[in-house]
Design a protein around this ligand. Structure first.
Ligand code: NAD
Ligand code: UD1
Length: 338
């Protein structure tokens, strides 16, 4: 299967490309390098023995996309490309709506012109807003609480309408919980630019000495130890979820929605402890005020993906922290420049 992977040089996209190649699929990568480097390609080749085809360009550029579809016989699209930082989206909503919403619409137009009917889209648990209870099923009401979340929800709603009007299409919305971890080789991982917003890259940068301490955002939540609880999922389990979606739903016309999570919640302090244990480095932290917009706890009910995609997360918190540490300690400054 030949699959166009937008954003394929990014964190989740690159791991998915490795898993695809190992499963005998052919990824064809499109990325504008806004948040990634071409050196990722060499890592994919090192891990798999295959250098994937790569086209540098923007998904908002219809001529560019038409050319990529024209040059390649593409069976399906996995659409990762987009912007993903919540606080940045508050300051630059226009960029978020342009890249995430407009970019997706241009991509769908190009797919239709090339008669490609299958898309797997990177959505997020952020579309559940502040869920009233946990675990969260796909039937929970959706709500956006910031421009990033609104852009994901808008794309979901656009894709629902587009699929209704084009019933021959197979569109799968994958709602990720909290992706963490790295390839166990230590060759590939998350490489955030600037100060990390998310917990795991922040912890690992403290451990490797790039940051002094972690600020724990609130210890007065009604949770096991007062700190926020999330459903952390290993990026390779997440990557495998995309393969499962293509294999089980890619040829079935319709609109499909799945949570990709483990079904387990871990607190901030439990993650700090797990990371310290895996790395052998004490992670310094200080309790700080709550971060606006944060919820106390959130984890997935992953049952639908298990039943229908025959997929479930198998990697443990220890795998997540050990693999992150191997990547971070081997590559303290992330990927080298090209
Ligand atoms: P990432 O930033 O590492 O990867 C995204 C890639 O897309 C980057 O390589 C970037 O250069 C590229 N890109 C961005 N805009 C583009 C454009 N207009 N044209 C072409 N390429 C473009 O992010 P990630 O963590 O791998 O996330 C992938 C997707 O998953 C995103 O859509 C994100 O919103 C979604 N998601 C991520 C998380 C998470 O915690 N990482 C959680 C839920 C959903
Ligand atoms: C955040 C985004 C969400 C996005 C997801 C994946 C917000 C409000 N939500 O989710 O929309 O889909 O990332 O990119 O930004 N924490 C600390 N100190 C830190 C960082 C985080 O204590 O320096 C805590 C948070 O308060 C939270 C937990 O760690 O309890 C996880 O935070 P994070 O990794 O940012 O993920 P989410 O907030 O779940």
């Amino acid at each position: 299967m030949r699959v166009l992977v937008t954003g394929g040089l990014g964190y989740i996209g690159s791991h998915t490309c490795v898993q695809m190649i190992e499963a005998g699929m052919t990824p064809i990568i499109v990325d504008n390098l806004y948040n990634s480097k071409t050196t990722v390609l060499a890592r994919i080749e090192k891990l798999t023995g295959v250098l994937p085809l790569f086209y540098q360009g923007d998904i908002c550029d219809r001529d560019f996309l038409d050319n990529v579809f024209h040059l390649n016989d593409i069976d399906a699209v996995i659409h990762f490309a987009g912007l993903k930082a919540v606080n940045e989206s508050v300051d630059a909503p226009l960029e978020y709506y342009k890249n995430n919403v407009h970019g997706t619409l241009v991509l769908v137009e190009a797919m239709q012109a090339a008669s490609v009917n299958t898309m797997v889209f990177s959505s997020s648990a952020t579309v559940y807003g502040e869920p009233a209870t946990t675990p969260v099923t796909e039937e929970f009401p959706t709500k956006a609480i910031n421009p990033y979340g609104r852009s994901k929800l808008m794309v979901e709603e656009c894709l629902v309408d587009i699929q209704k009007a084009h019933p021959e299409m197979s569109i799968t919305l994958l709602r990720y919980f909290n992706p963490v971890g790295a390839h166990p080789s230590g060759e590939m991982g998350e490489d955030p630019q600037g100060i990390p917003n998310n917990l795991m890259p922040f912890i690992s940068q403290v451990a490797v000495g790039r940051r002094e301490y972690l600020s724990v955002f609130g210890n007065d939540y009604p949770t096991v130890d007062g700190t926020g609880v999330r459903d952390y999922i290993h990026v390779l389990d997440l990557a495998d979820g995309h393969l499962a979606a293509l294999n089980h739903k890619g040829k079935e016309a319709g609109l499909h929605i799945y949570n990709l999570g483990t079904g387990n919640g871990f607190s901030v302090l439990q993650m700090v402890e797990a990371f310290s244990k895996s790395s052998g480095v004490e992670v310094a932290y200080q309790i700080a005020p709550r971060r606006p917009g944060d919820i106390a706890e959130c984890w997935a009910d992953p049952g639908k993906a298990k039943r229908e995609l025959h997929w479930e997360a198998t990697r443990t918190i220890d795998d997540m922290t050990t693999d992150t540490w191997r990547w971070q300690s081997n590559n303290p400054n992330g990927y080298p420049d090209a």
